[in-house]
Write a protein that binds this ligand. Structure first.
Ligand SMILES: O=C[C@H](O)[C@H](O)[C@H](O)COP(=O)(O)O
Length: 224
């Protein structure tokens, strides 16, 4: 199977996972990226079986709107029953690196409001230790150089993602050469640097279920 077919398979599995709990009062949290896009396209087939969605990016909002799915502001809806999103890397504890598409902050906010986080990913995203994928850190623009110096002190090699402005008007530093043995501690440590808006470690609040697509089909994995 191609990677695209695997992404499609996990998107379909996520639909099967949420379908039994849909209803006309249900608002779904929706992630960002190529895997989440496939989920959005399949969600369109269930339009009418749920109330609407909260999007984690302008790009996902546009795609949802294009399918005629009603969008809600997070502040209007409070707690969401479920959030479905992809990942750049995921470990056995279902800690993740996210933000390859620069959507990390809104993703983390929507995920924080969700009772259940379902991660959908093809097998290439599964790792023993997070960090081969450069960890994104969203920063207030005037703090970029300061934050970069602090990240170097933590052992990372931060690189400014040129030309990228997040949906929140901020910039991204990608941390290379930074293998993360203790994701919960590093997530908190980076968050404590002044000028950091969010980092792409989703560890304090990891996923509750991983739908992982591989050659043998879609595996249903819980945190180790
Ligand atoms: O900012 C982007 C998000 O965190 C995505 O969920 C992540 O980059 C995975 O994207 P994709 O499904 O395209 O690999």
């Amino acid at each position: 199977m191609t990677q695209d077919e695997l992404k499609d398979a996990v998107a379909a599995a996520a639909i099967d996972e949420i379908r039994p709990n849909l209803g006309n009062d249900i608002v779904i949290g929706v992630g960002t990226g190529s895997t989440a896009n496939r989920f959005i396209d399949r969600l369109a087939e269930l339009r009418g079986d749920f109330r609407g969605a909260v999007a984690s990016s302008e790009a996902s909002a546009k795609r949802l709107r294009g399918h005629g799915i009603d969008l809600f502001e997070l502040n209007e809806v409070g707690t969401l029953p479920v959030y479905v999103d992809g990942a750049d890397e995921v470990n056995a504890h279902l800690h993740m690196i996210k933000g390859g598409g620069a959507a990390l902050t809104r993703e983390k906010i929507v995920a924080a409001c969700a009772e259940r986080f379902i991660c959908i990913a093809d097998a290439s995203k599964q790792v023993a230790t997070l960090g081969d994928f450069p960890l994104p850190v969203e920063v207030i623009p005037m703090a970029r150089s300061y934050v970069a110096r602090e990240l170097v002190k933590l052992g990372a090699d931060p690189v400014y993602r040129q030309g990228v402005i997040t949906d929140n008007g901020n910039q991204i530093l990608d941390c290379y050469e930074f293998m993360i043995e203790d994701p919960i501690a590093i997530e908190a440590r980076i968050n404590a640097i002044v000028g950091v808006v969010t980092n792409g470690l989703f560890a304090a609040r990891g996923a509750d279920l991983l739908l992982l697509g591989g050659e043998q089909g879609v595996e249903r994995l819980m945190p180790a």
